[in-house]
Design a protein around this ligand. Structure first.
Ligand code: ADP
Ligand code: MG
Length: 571
């Protein structure tokens, strides 16, 4: 590329139309970061670009540029864009565009383009006549998005009522929903609380038989669904209100049975709300962990691993660095991995020459596994890590793998998921969705029930089962059977049987540990000192009436759930 442009380390900077036109004379592939003068080229992709440059250095066809939209007429449509835009040109034609730091997509496009160039160079393929990409019209907000986004997903919460669940009609109803062109993203069987029912059906609260309806909804488990539809517009498809049909005043049948009113409509299959605001509010209410990039700003999660040597030597420093880079730690687990676990987690690497060292390292002491969240967590964390091998990482001294290399250890000390779907799999590996048994003790049911329930929801647990019940002495003894014979045992049983408890099955990744963390230390005095945000710090009366109970391990959770609810919940 021509000499008058400033050649920085990685990208050729293009700051006017002449330079742009000249850039398009470049043979091969040019990856162009279109940037705004006020924020400069995108830093988040630079490690990725460096890595790709190394990966494809032998092909000698890949170039990188950064072009300032403000001064280049051709790039006018991108001047108002507040997220990074990447263009890909081959032999002077812009063929693809990516909005946002979508590392997997950028990597795939570049890989495919290089592969194609290889085939052309090897004479295996002719250079095809291709249409150049047409930039979106400037002006209307989001016009650039429409060029890459074909459809909009809309979400809604649907409820299949207890009578249908009881009659075994769930699968049939779900099939009809799908046949009508919808997708079901989530399906959980739950006992709804009175509050959940009143919130979901808030618009029907003036109806004469509303209280009877609420009672009816609590007679058994419902299925709560997240229903989605792909559409060109953002409208939720004609949900109608079923309850208008139930105004007939018949007391024996608080709800008309689905199917009797408007057979052609989805509404006859399950209950849904009919506005976007309702839908997103309810989504948050019933599925606090369900993130939809369309509904709210995307906060992504990735899996990070701090290997044993680094954890031992520089734990503080790396943890601080993670926070300084804007990540939140959503979950963490310190584990000594077994050989079996390492082999499963790294199954793609098992045959490689470095695997024995990796295995030896990974089983040599405690590993810290983290679920990190922030916008674009996956590519951001990957970007910070830098190249895989220490040799390559050291060429890039800014990279975390270079900065946190450990002397005499030949492998990098940090892991990060490579794509969002890998992240999901890896997170499930270390933080599988679990159920735990939780109980609000009688004294707290009387005094702080609502506040505790609020904390449960805010922490992202879903309540799979819930009931309020007076424990018998036998039940209390069963839940605390490990403590039989201890000096406080009888008093503990007294305190557990002095009134109704709220007993629940809570579901979440890592639920057992997370619930114990939210409860806080057994002794409320200690809780106030070390864990002031915890339930026991805030709502415990004393060490016996310390607000809540939770299983201390999976086996205990399974046993207690079985004992309290008669079976293990299926999801
Ligand atoms: P946790 O409830 O945190 O799992 P434990 O399983 O050790 O705690 O104990 C069960 C319950 O017994 C505690 O919640 C507490 O109410 C009571 N308890 C535990 N230790 C003592 C103690 N030293 N004195 C009085 N009560 C205790
Ligand atoms: Mg315990």
């Amino acid at each position: 590329m021509a000499g008058k442009k400033k050649e920085i380390q990685l990208q050729t900077i293009i700051s006017n139309q002449d330079q742009w036109d000249e850039l398009l004379l470049t043979k091969g592939i040019v990856v162009i970061d279109v940037f705004q003068a006020w924020c400069g080229p995108c830093k988040a992709v630079q490690n990725l670009f460096r890595k790709l440059r190394i990966d494809f250095s032998e092909d000698n066809v890949l170039h990188f540029a950064a072009a300032e939209a403000d001064n280049i007429e051709t790039l006018k449509p991108f001047r108002k864009s507040c997220e990074p835009v990447f263009l890909f040109s081959v032999h002077g034609k812009i063929l693809a565009m990516v909005k946002g730091v979508n590392a997997p997509l950028i990597t795939k496009i570049i890989t495919d383009l290089v592969q194609e160039e290889r085939e052309i160079a090897a004479g295996e393929k002719e250079r095809a006549e291709v249409e150049e990409l047409v930039f979106p019209e400037e002006g209307s907000e989001g016009s650039a998005d429409e060029a890459v986004e074909e459809e909009v997903l809309t979400y809604s919460v649907g409820i299949i009522k207890p009578d249908d669940v009881l009659a075994g009609r769930v699968e049939e109803i779900k099939k009809k929903i799908k046949d009508a062109g919808f997708d079901i993203e989530a399906d959980e069987e739950r006992m709804l609380t009175e509050e959940q029912i009143r919130v979901f059906y808030a618009r029907n609260k003036e109806e004469p038989d509303f209280d009877a309806f609420v009672q009816f909804m609590m007679t058994g488990p419902c299925h709560v669904l997240i229903i989605t539809k792909k559409e060109a517009t953002g409208a939720i498809p004609q949900w109608k209100d079923l309850h208008k049909a139930s105004d007939s005043g018949e007391t024996e049948e608080p709800m008309k049975l689905p199917g009797l009113t408007k057979p052609e409509s989805l509404v006859n299959l399950c209950d849904v709300q009919d506005s976007v605001e309702d839908a997103s509010r309810q989504l948050a209410f019933f599925f606090p962990n369900f993130h939809t990039s369309e509904v709210e700003h995307q906060v992504e999660r990735t899996l990070a691993i701090i290997r044993p040597s680094l954890l031992k030597e520089r734990r503080q420093s790396i943890m601080q660095r993670i926070k300084d880079d804007g990540f939140q730690i959503a979950m963490q687990k310190e584990v000594i991995l077994s050989e079996e676990q390492v082999r499963t987690f790294y199954k793609e690497h098992v045959g490689q020459d470095y695997f024995p060292v990796l295995l030896e390292q990974m089983t040599s002491g405690p590993t810290l596994v983290l679920a990190l969240t922030r916008e674009n967590a996956v590519s951001h964390w990957r970007g910070l890590l830098g190249p895989k091998t220490l040799e390559e990482a050291k060429e890039n001294p800014e990279s975390l793998r270079a900065q946190y290399a450990i002397e005499n250890v030949p492998i990098n000390q940090l892991h990060g998921s490579s794509t969002p779907s890998e992240a999901q799999k890896e997170l499930e590996f270390f933080f599988p969705k679990e159920q735990t048994f939780a109980l609000i003790k009688p004294e707290a049911v009387k005094t702080h029930k609502d506040e505790i329930m609020k904390k449960v929801k805010e922490a992202g647990f879903s309540i799979s089962k819930i009931k309020e019940q007076d424990l018998t002495r036998e039940m209390a003894a069963q839940f605390y059977k490990d403590h039989k014979g201890k000096p406080f045992f009888d008093e503990l049983v007294d305190c557990m049987t002095q009134g109704p408890s709220v007993i629940m099955v809570l579901s979440k990744e890592n639920a057992v540990e997370e619930w114990r963390h939210l409860m806080g230390p057994t002794d409320p005095e200690e809780a106030k000192k070390t864990c002031p945000e915890s339930i026991r710090a805030q709502f415990a009366h004393d060490i016996l009436s310390n607000a809540v109970h939770g299983s201390s391990n999976i086996e205990d959770a399974v046993r207690s759930i079985k004992f309290a609810f008669g079976e293990l919940d299926a999801d």
